[in-house]
Design a protein around this ligand. Sequence first.
Ligand code: GDG
Length: 499
Amino acid sequence: MNGTVTPTTSGTYDFVVVSNRLPVDRVFEPDGSASWTRSPGGLVTALEPVMRQNEGAWIGWGGQPDLEFEPFDSGGIRVIPVVLSDDDIGNYYEGFSNDTLWPLYHDVIAPPSFHREWWDSYVEVNQRFADAAAAASAPGAVVWVQDYQLQLVPKLLRELRPDLTIGFFNHIPFPPYGIYSQLPWRTQIVEGLLGADVIGFQRVADASNFQRAVRRLKGYVTKGSQVEVPLIDRSPGVRVFGEIKRQGSFRTVVARAFPISIDASSFEALARTPAIQERAHQIREELGNPKTIMLGVDRLDYTKGIGHRLKAYGELLAEGRLSSEDVTLVQVANPSRERVQAYMALRDEIELTVGRINGDYGTIAHVPISYQHHGFPREEMVALYLAADVMLVTALRDGMNLVAKEYVACRFDEDGVLVLSEFAGASDELKRALLINPHDIDGLKETILQAVSMPKRDRAARMRSLRKRVIEHDVSRWSADFLKVLESRAHHGSPGHPL
Ligand code: GDG
């Protein structure tokens, strides 16, 4: 970061979001024609008003190999493509992002693979995203880069456009240094992130892990949420900070927690719709009117602890402490990353376990697990949340876990029990959930029984408190908090804005 680069020609957008995937999906009609539909994620909902108020653009990949198209407007957002080839998808996305960084950042639950050609592709594709952002951004624009696939973009973009204010948000955990240090390219990634003015994490612990990595790898001083990045970089570990400070030649980067949330009011509004409430009753009937419906909703991912959940449930059925006459577990396992080997193995393992439990403890009339290996429309998800007496979130490691917050937002009836893993970021906020350690199978079993038999008054008291938190801290507050801090950095110590 020496600031001695030629700024590229600037664009016209004052607010630019950069994420791996665009907020639109290409859909093909039976007649072969194609169109774009808006993906309904919380991030898009939160950023849409900011995009409309400022000249906003969103840069990302269209989701298919070699998909080139002209930028277009979608509901007030300028959509600008980055093209990825089949090789890029295999190496940068499925390889380095999903088979190196993802397992490494989730406590090495699965072993990460380190391949130098994947890294080369990651660098190359990050450069492509940075180039696109540099070309689209107006002078002095605010750029917000999203997630672990693009950790080099802040530095690459700052080199091209020192006039920009750059934010980065990491949606997944940042691992403890003992794990992070396995990464052969650990220093380059830290340097990449430090190109930002503000780096957001889900949890306070993630921000501390990152700051420790900065101290260990770069020797920079951290103070509270601030990292002092010398403008003239010395070799790592050379302790020259007193001198640098006297010269005032460093920029400060804010690295702290901004826990993400959901569009709580839109979930509640759906839940209050009579048709969706009717559908929730219908679901219960279709399941044979069990006393208790338990629900799991996850991408089929080894971080989500689906196997641990099934183990606890299977044992409770085996011991006769739960019966399939009384309880049904609906498990939505949304297909994910199906070309990555670890995900293929996980699917086989989960489906074998589901088959065994249903075979061993089911009757003709009652199946203990209703297993759904496909996605559902959002309305059906909300009906499932309303129908579920107990929501099971048993992640082994999860940046936040939005499903937990969605369940709470939907339960305007102040009923339902949330069982929530301590290893999900959401547990920092949702303290009145029944918190569990998913590795402790006996503890998980006891907690499931506690949830199933919790008196209504206790359920209501807990749910009221959970709802207060989620409603007051929704996704628009999250983006407003982040952008406020980011905009306050606009004149603080980047090379474009000297101290
Ligand atoms: C990453 C981090 C962090 C799931 N199945 C269906 C469906 N979903 C929706 C859920 C929820 C979202 O997908 C999943 O979000 P999570 O937070 O649970 O998990 P990740 O996908 O792993 O997300 C995570 C998040 O980023 C945000 O920062 O919380 O920790 O890993 O919104 O509702 N939606 C519909 N049908 C489905 O079948 N419509």
